[in-house]
Design a protein around this ligand. Sequence first.
Ligand code: E4P
Length: 217
Amino acid sequence: MKFFIDTANLDQIREAQNLGVLDGVTTNPSLMAKEGITGRNNILKHYVDICNIVDGDVSAEVIATDYEGMIKEGEELAELHPQIVVKVPMIKEGIKAIKYFSDRGIKTNCTLVFSAGQALLAAKAGATYVSPFIGRLDDISTDGLNLISEIRLIYDNYGFETQILAASVRHTMHVIECAKLGSDVMTGPLSSIEGLLNHPLTDIGLAKFLADYKKGN
Ligand code: E4P
């Protein structure tokens, strides 16, 4: 299972990268705005800065919602760096754009996916990644993890190569459940990755080992 971090914060990206388990980064316009990155040139530079920190795929989202606009913007993003994955919203024009990029070997991440039908369409169009937003489904009393199992079943039935990227992950249990369900990737905050470290018995056990060592030395 690949671990992506869902942030545009360079310090957090560095911290996750230094842990040695990071496979990529996802961003979105809200995450860029949260870091105060505004203006086209600054945004493009920030994507390159992120690519220079991590080894894996970095999703950069198009702002245009019309086909021509998405193609123009996506091609510009893809030319920025070989690690860039063009993030395209799950709308009709977006599906056409994903097909266009896929035919030309440009990697894509179909974002804002909330149903199995949408995920099926994204795979048919040749998306590299599909991003079901599980946390936002949970927020409206709908089982986000169930969507992961539905998509896994459909993709396995037909051998679709589109990778399931569980997005809007909020906490460690989302990560663990997504791993159990066979999600190819998860993207979440640094806390959802670092939280996997925690167990009180580990802390108690380590303290005892160190105390016993000190008694004899
Ligand atoms: C996915 O790529 C999105 O950036 C993200 O996971 C959205 O998460 P949120 O629902 O926590 O905003």
